[in-house]
Design a protein around this ligand. Structure first.
Ligand code: SF4
Ligand code: SF4
Length: 68
């Protein structure tokens, strides 16, 4: 599958609520060790659903590194 031009990244202010995990259609983001959500760039399609639902507004969509 072709990779999306954008990918989600989680900022350090993440409160580990898990909402992004619940709404991601690709299961591309997971709260790790109950501390912070992490995005798997190989699964993320840059749809922005997680960013729109994050109560702490700490998810950004950034250009994918290394091209797609
Ligand atoms: S941008 Fe979309 S695919 Fe990527 S982690 Fe967020 S909800 Fe999942
Ligand atoms: S929705 Fe936002 S605050 Fe909640 S776990 Fe995901 S990135 Fe962290």
């Amino acid at each position: 599958m072709k990779l999306s031009p954008k990918v989600a990244v989680v900022g350090s202010e993440c409160v580990a609520c898990g909402l992004c995990e619940n709404v991601c259609p690709r299961e591309a983001v997971h709260v790790v060790a109950g501390i912070r959500a992490q995005v798997d760039p190989a699964r993320c399609v840059g749809c922005g659903t997680c960013a729109r639902n994050c109560p702490a507004a700490v998810i950004s969509l950034v250009p994918r590194k290394g091209g797609a």
